[in-house]
Design a protein around this ligand. Structure first.
Ligand code: GDP
Ligand code: MN
Ligand code: MN
Length: 256
């Protein structure tokens, strides 16, 4: 397996064609995977916003006050309002807002970034990252790069562990996971539960190449890569009904 950064991408602006910009700068073979940081997908899709765009509701005011009280500093209720508008559920209210975004991903502050956004206060996540991935994949195919899978990624914290890593938000041209259930382990015992989230593992690997600082790069090509028959599913986000952690959080919030 090889991972290489797509070099020399410009500062991405609304309306930019990411497939075009990438295809001009790198070789792509059938079977390759292109990972793209959601940051530039959002910039290309014009998903920037300003705090003044968000008239504050009573709920946002209350949330900002509560979080501010825990943090010991004032929090901008307009930011809380932006987070609420990007979310379908608030799983934790304080000391930070853990939200489910409209496309099903669970993360802090609806994944809204407040850094590296030229001319605006906020960068929202793409509205439908899987559709973004499909569009980029189709754009590559239209330029003669057939059969390149695309993963839109973000850098996220995780529960239980320190540190952040890359995750997949949306993908096209491949399954999300490889289902190992039913296959034998080294002792011949049948694997019972292992469904490997391949898109997340590729997103994490790519995030190592992407970097986080000013000199990083938002697009990475994974090549010489094969993973057998990727028989799996396209499910990545659990439903509440089979998510014990979310159920526990709901009860805990209720008791607060
Ligand atoms: P996220 O992980 O999706 O939130 O994306 P990051 O904000 O961490 O950005 C990933 C990398 O791409 C970082 O190294 C940034 O410096 C870089 N980056 C962000 N925006 C742009 C851009 O518009 N153009 C280029 N060339 N690089 C960018
Ligand atoms: Mn981000
Ligand atoms: Mn990042």
């Amino acid at each position: 397996m090889e991972l290489h950064a797509v070099a020399d991408l410009p500062e991405i602006r609304p309306g930019d064609d990411i497939a075009d910009l990438v295809a001009d700068r790198t070789a792509l073979e059938p079977g390759d995977v292109l990972t793209v940081a959601s940051t530039i997908v959002s910039k290309a899709e014009g998903r920037t916003a300003d705090l003044e765009d968000y008239p504050v509701s009573g709920r946002a005011k209350e949330l900002a006050e509560r979080i501010g009280a825990v943090a010991g500093e004032e929090k901008d209720p307009r930011f809380a309002q932006a987070v609420l508008e990007e979310s379908t559920e608030l799983l934790i209210e304080r000391p930070f807002m853990l939200t489910e975004t409209r496309f099903g991903h669970i993360c802090v502050n609806a994944g809204i970034d407040r850094s590296n956004v030229p001319d605006h206060d906020l960068l929202l996540l793409p509205r439908r990252p899987t559709r973004s991935a499909e569009r980029i994949r189709a754009g590559l195919a239209a330029r003669g790069h057939e059969d390149v899978a695309v993963i839109v990624t973000d850098t996220c914290g995780r529960p239980f562990r320190h540190g952040q890593r890359g995750v997949a938000l949306g993908w096209a041209g491949m399954s999300a996971s490889r289902d190992w259930r039913g296959e034998p382990d080294r002792d011949g015992r049948e694997l019972g539960v292992t469904v490997q989230s391949v898109v997340d593992e590729l997103a994490s690997a790519a995030n190592l190449v992407t970097g986080e600082g000013a000199d990083g790069t938002p697009a990475v090509v994974v090549s010489d890569w094969s993973f057998g028959d990727l028989e799996g599913s396209d499910e990545l986000f659990r439903d509440v009904e089979d998510d014990l952690v979310r159920q526990a959080l709901r009860e805990w919030e209720f008791e607060q």
